[in-house]
Design a binder for this molecule. Structure first.
Ligand code: DGL
Length: 271
């Protein structure tokens, strides 16, 4: 048995992780943030795949059988290759899940106008994962995307105050909403963005729903574990939670509070 692994390029995955722990407190977890190499959102397909694979392998080596990529960019650019090309070669049962499917498979329940907007990193937008997956589940839904390349650096550096952050948040939201006056649902397609929610709400009209991923991913994971007893039985249940970062542990502890909502202890990990 092993912990459930949760991976992100940095701190963003903690916004998803806190919801997972709330919903499924009985399990052991290992969180790994690749802070030394964040951001992933502006990097090439190959680089995101290579970095993600290294981190997933590290989590497997630490005993995880199930890893959640709590990062849209990694889910968009690396998940499919890992699932289809790499996992079949492991000698025992290993599973990797992402955050895009849990969001896309429910979005049709939220939108009435069938016009959905996605705010995400450049990498996620370019991969077209959101439009492709949403169309698989809901062919009648039109999807509009806007890349927000500066939002992750703003969040990572705790530059959340208007007017500086507000300028970029307003600009990118306007660029999204200008694509269709009928958008009634906006997906925050990056796990860093919930930290910008107070600012985002200032620029998105109140009749538009904003979907954050934390709760959706936690519900989907609970459902997955129910449907896959062969994976669930490999998940340790002693409620132990450990945090690792590829960069300085003290920095991680200091910043993680804003994302996780509680103080944590972290350990630096060499890949
Ligand atoms: N948090 C990641 C995501 O959900 C992106 C951060 C990054 O660019 O590394 O896409």
């Amino acid at each position: 048995m092993g912990a459930i692994g949760i991976f992100d390029s940095g701190y963003g995955g903690l916004t998803v992780f806190r919801e997972i722990v709330d919903k499924l407190p009985q399990y052991d977890y290992v969180y790994l943030g690749d802070n030394a190499r964040v951001p992933y959102g502006t990097r090439s397909f190959e680089t995101v795949y290579t970095y993600t694979k290294e981190c997933v392998d590290k989590l497997f080596a630490m005993g995880c059988h199930l890893v959640v990529l709590a990062c849209n960019t990694a889910s968009a650019k690396a998940l499919r290759t890992i699932q289809q090309r790499d996992l079949p070669h492991y000698p025992d049962l290993r599973k990797v899940l992402g955050v895009i499917r849990p969001t896309t498979e429910v979005v049709g329940r939220y939108t009435r106008t069938r016009h959905v907007g996605v705010l995400a990193t450049l990498g996620t937008v370019k991969s077209a994962s959101y439009p492709i997956e949403i169309h698989n589940f809901f062919p009648d839904v039109a999807v509009y995307q806007q890349a927000c390349p500066l939002w992750v650096p703003l969040v990572e550096n705790n530059e959340l105050d208007p007017p500086a952050a507000g300028y970029f948040v307003e600009r990118d939201i306007n660029r999204l909403l200008q694509q269709s006056p009928h958008i009634d649902t906006v997906i925050l397609g990056c796990t860093h963005y919930p930290l910008l929610l107070p600012l985002i709400k200032q620029f998105i009209p109140a009749h538009i729903q904003i979907l954050s991923q934390g709760e959706l991913v936690a519900n989907s994971l609970a459902n997955y574990l129910d449907r896959h007893p062969e994976v669930e039985s490999l998940c340790a249940k002693e409620r132990k939670i450990r945090f690792f970062t590829t960069d300085n542990a003290l920095d991680f502890e200091e910043k993680a509070f804003r994302f996780y909502g509680q103080a944590i202890k972290a350990t630096e990990l060499k890949l």
